[in-house]
Design a protein around this ligand. Structure first.
Ligand code: SAM
Length: 224
């Protein structure tokens, strides 16, 4: 059975199909390279396109809605919390100034605003718009809330001996996984199946640079 649904819907999807328990759950979080490289999806500041960023195109809220409609305070909060961007207030202020003239509709326009707010791009470092784009993407897709629901509901629906694996791609995603698994191990009923977080080998990252930041954490439900 293939089901197109949010990770956070795991409990409902299992119930809907009458599955009592899972032997394995694998959550491969984050972005798809196909979506990242498609300008029409609006995820990348490297490609000009509509400011969309919805992972599921059935959802109503796009990045352009947040950028044009949220208050400066809320924009700063999003950019600070989900982008870990120290200049979040300055970027938010410049977004609000720019949208007064005309709505911000493209990734190129947003990128130019962030560049103006942060100044020139230092060579070698990440592009200054990276953090703002990540933040908006997380907000548009309520990624932290979906992950929290998956981590809340998934482990309890594993069969005895069943395993849950989560692949995360940045620290904001990894932290809740690490904390939730630690909490389950402490509470009992679950066992660790790897002593440490699993990272890709140098050979893998040289073949596929986007694997660079990937981390796998896993847990096994113990037999009663
Ligand atoms: C890293 S990609 C991996 C895709 C697939 N495992 C593969 O190897 O081709 C992550 C995928 O999960 C999707 N995704 C992200 N957050 C999601 C969520 N909360 N619920 C369901 N899918 C999500 C993304 O749109 C993307 O297609």
């Amino acid at each position: 059975v293939l089901e197109r649904a949010d990770f956070g819907e795991v409990a409902n999807v299992m119930k809907h199909h009458g599955f009592d328990g899972a032997d394995a759950m694998l959550a491969d979080l984050g972005m798809s390279s196909y979506a990242l490289d498609d300008p029409q999806r609006g995820f990348s500041f490297r490609l000009d396109g509509p400011l969309d960023m919805r992972m599921d195109s059935r959802n109503a809220i796009r990045a352009r809605d947040i950028v044009n409609e949220e208050s400066a305070e809320e924009l700063a909060r999003i950019i600070y919390t989900y982008g870990e961007e120290r200049a979040s207030r300055r970027i938010a202020r410049m977004i609000v100034e720019a949208r007064r003239r005309s709505p911000i509709e493209t990734t190129g326009e947003l990128r130019a605003i962030v560049e103006r707010a942060l100044g020139a791009h230092r060579r070698g470092g990440a592009h200054p718009a990276t953090r703002t784009f990540q933040a908006l993407r997380i907000a548009v897709n309520h990624e932290m809330e979906s992950l929290a629901a998956l981590l809340r509901d998934g482990p309890a629906r594993l069969n005895p001996g069943g395993r849950m694996l989560v692949i995360s791609y940045h620290s904001l995603e990894d932290r809740p996984v690490k904390e939730r698994f630690r909490e389950l191990l402490r509470a009992g009923g679950y066992a660790a199946i790897a002593r440490k977080v699993i990272k890709p080998s140098a050979a893998e990252t040289s073949r596929n640079s986007r694997a660079r930041s990937a981390k796998i954490r896993c847990i096994e439900r113990s037999a009663p």
